[in-house]
Design a protein around this ligand. Structure first.
Ligand code: PMP
Length: 429
């Protein structure tokens, strides 16, 4: 199946360093994704005719308010929480903002214990470090987080862990964590689960309701720009009562019932946590992208992406001098996120070569997950960097991350170039 015709902007030629033009291959979907055509259409249509949301009277404002709230209802439905009495949707600008907001609103005491993992993106690590008492669940030699280790830590703290903050999928290895199972364990020990959904939402179905109250997801955060809509919108889907339990993260217009000379009464969520004028276009674009993904079907999406992922993981292993991180034998629990290095070649130079010579976009470095990348590479302290200065290829990685519009032909082109670089002894670049 080929999904390319659903996307905008992927077939425009780009200029290479030799001044020739080429059709780009985008293998950097873990960073951000191009928009669906339907998403561009809905933004174009609405940008000509917008008005204030939830403020003032008038047809344009009424229309935008209705669409804005309809998108909120759809987001609940998308995560299997249609007509939920327990959860609400808070619009944010990104996953980073969402997780920071949660750390400010949910944590009341610096001694509250939050369990997170060494697999996390900094966005699901740093906010907790500054708000709470954090403990980390380690990853194993292949880079997986083991559920037993989460349970062991929960037992160790005898029911005093308040939150377990964990990613649904890694932006480095693509490992998928079984969040409903983990939720069940958290709830058994009185903790709630906070899920970083940035990498999962565009690639796998997320069932926040679960099968019963025990395996439901308490909070999930994601960004639209990794799910085929533009930058600047995202959401928290979370428990209403808990989100109502503190002062807002941002304070200003729209989040108050009343402001008096010496005190304030706050609105209920969602408006309590949405101070200021909201990103209407971002929100309707996000809802449209999710609707379309649901219509395409997550079985079709995962079949297509798995096919390309398995092809790359199967072949990359055969290329001499290429080191691929994570498990390449058992790959069912991995999204199409493949991180690798070429022995003795600088990762930044390799990624630049792909981009400048072939218009193949990859990401390189540590992907805002320094502790995890260090563990995968085998570097665990800053001292070790000094020891390996001669081996500078070891202090970062190159990442290929797949999207729905990628093809097997693109994967083959990428593999051929990779083999060529890996087999060239001298500096190719
Ligand atoms: N978590 C994960 C797993 C991510 O991959 C990213 C983006 N790379 C983020 C959080 C942060 O997302 P954003 O930049 O949209 O806030």
């Amino acid at each position: 199946m080929n999904y390319r015709n659903l996307f905008e902007g992927i077939d425009s030629l780009v200029k290479l360093e030799n001044n020739q033009y080429a059709l780009p291959i985008n293998f950097d979907n873990g960073a951000t994704t191009p928009p669906l055509k339907s998403v561009v259409d809905i933004v174009n249509k609405n940008i000509q005719n917008y008005g204030p949301i939830a403020r003032g009277l008038g047809q344009k404002g009424d229309y935008c308010t209705e669409e804005f709230e309809a998108a909120r209802d759809y987001l609940l439905e998308f995560f299997n929480l249609k007509n939920s009495n327990t959860h609400t949707v808070i619009y944010t600008k990104s996953t980073t903002e969402g997780l920071n907001l949660l750390s400010k609103v949910l944590i009341k005491n610096k001694d509250d214990i939050v369990l997170t993992t060494r697999m996390e993106h900094h966005a699901n690590d740093l906010p907790w470090r500054y708000a709470a008492s954090v403990e980390y669940v380690e990853t194993d030699t292949l880079g997986r987080v083991r559920i037993e280790d989460i349970e062991r830590k929960l037992i160790k703290h005898c029911g005093h862990v308040k939150y377990v903050a964990i990613t649904a999928a890694s932006n480095v290895t693509g490992y998928i964590n079984t969040i409903n199972k983990i939720a069940q364990i958290c709830h058994k020990y009185g903790a709630q689960i906070i899920v970083d959904g940035a990498q999962i939402v565009a690639h796998r179905e997320v069932n926040m309701l679960g099968h019963n109250k025990e395996d439901q997801i308490d909070f999930l955060v994601f960004s639209a720009h990794k799910a085929y809509a533009p930058f600047g919108s995202g959401a928290i889907i979370g428990l209403k009562d808990d989100l109502n339990s503190n002062n807002p993260f941002l304070k200003g217009g729209g989040c108050v019932k009343g402001v008096f000379d010496s005190y304030v009464t706050w609105e209920e969520v969602p408006h309590r946590l949405e101070a200021g004028t909201q990103n209407f276009f971002g929100v309707i674009a996000m809802a449209k992208a999710l609707k379309d993904l649901k219509e395409i079907g997550f079985k079709n999406i995962s079949d297509h992406e798995n096919n390309i992922k398995n092809h790359i993981l199967g072949e990359i292993n055969k290329i001499k001098n290429v080191i691929c991180y994570g498990d390449i034998q058992n790959t069912d629990d991995r999204l199409g996120v493949i991180s690798f290095n070429i022995k003795n070649k600088n990762y930044e130079e390799v990624a630049s070569y792909f981009a400048n010579k072939y218009a193949i976009a990859l990401r390189c470095g540590k992907f805002c997950a320094h502790p995890y990348v260090d563990r995968l590479i085998g570097v665990t302290s800053s001292i070790s960097y000094i020891d390996i200065l001669d081996d500078d290829w070891k202090i970062g990685m190159i990442r290929a991350s797949l999207g729905l519009y990628n093809t097997i032909e693109e994967a083959d082109k990428f593999l051929n170039i990779l083999e060529h670089i890996a087999n060239t002894n001298n500096q190719i670049i």
